[in-house]
Design a protein around this ligand. Structure first.
Ligand code: ADP
Ligand code: MG
Length: 253
């Protein structure tokens, strides 16, 4: 899709876990080339929404469209191959492997347990191609000089950036980031914001869940606010700041 066209469309999405409606009739769209923030209190359903978009936990009802495809019932690997990549709320790295090896893991969207096995069963030529791509993404995020250090030696801010490099393997058009700035120091947060803006300018559309309101307001083009599984509001940072229900439910003012 061209800039400004809908890239992702979530329509009437519901996710039921037993008696709990973690996502309740949520609709929104993400336009090509924008950064959309998804905010809301803990338990609002943000991570569940990510799982629904990436096929990890498909919707109970409703629809997810990516480009002109209905991906609602697709498997995670299929959605990944279509160009949707993500990072997780908690750091998911293998600390005893190099940055390069960790980044190469992004070439697979299989079960977590299958990642290492997949890597070990690669053909030589495939491995070389994947290694080249992983190095290219490390360069893109500024971690290439440390490609052969162990991931466990990185500061948290760099680990978060490494996870982004891993997600960028194979050039996704849509990047989903679940609280990428959690636990980061001020300077690390500023570097992260600069990186995400640069990626957006390079054509990556971004959906970000983040609790740091200063960071979010400085980064995103638009926001969707969730509360108790429902969409509470949607709009520009200025509109959301001024929205009475959001101020009451979320900002606590
Ligand atoms: P957020 O990311 O906004 O903090 P989550 O999407 O993680 O919220 O959770 C929304 C609600 O769904 C919470 O009440 C949570 O306990 C529940 N939940 C999330 N995942 C599952 C699951 N796999 N099984 C049962 N309940 C879940
Ligand atoms: Mg969450």
């Amino acid at each position: 899709p061209q800039p400004g066209q809908p890239l992702l469309q979530v329509s009437g999405a519901v996710k039921q876990f037993g008696g709990l409606r973690a996502v309740s009739d949520v609709s929104f769209e993400l336009r090509t080339g924008e950064i959309l923030g998804l905010i809301g209190p803990n338990g609002a359903g943000k991570s569940t929404m990510f799982n629904l978009i990436t096929g990890v936990n498909p919707a109970t009802s409703g629809q997810v469209r990516f480009g002109d495809q209905d991906v609602t019932r697709w498997r995670p690997g299929q959605i990944h191959r279509l160009g949707v990549a993500r990072t997780f709320q908690h750091v998911h790295l293998l600390p005893d492997l190099s940055l390069l090896a960790n980044t190469m893991m992004g070439g697979y969207a299989r079960g977590r347990a299958g990642l290492l096995a997949s890597l070990l069963h690669l053909e030589r030529a495939e491995e070389a191609a994947l290694q080249h791509e992983a190095m290219r993404q490390l360069r893109r995020v500024g971690l290439d000089a440390q490609a052969f250090t162990l991931a466990g030696n990185l500061a948290l801010g760099q680990q978060r950036v490494l996870e982004i490099a891993r997600a960028l393997v194979a050039d996704p058009t849509l990047l989903l980031l679940d609280e990428p700035a959690a636990g980061l120091r001020f300077g690390e947060k500023q570097e992260l914001v600069a990186l995400l803006k640069r990626l957006r300018d390079e054509g990556v559309t971004i959906l970000i869940v983040e609790h740091d309101m200063e960071l979010v307001m400085n980064l995103v083009d638009r926001l969707v606010v969730m509360n108790h599984g429902e969409k509470l509001a949607e709009g520009s940072p200025a509109q959301i700041r001024a929205h009475p229900a959001v101020r009451e439910a979320y900002l606590g003012v």
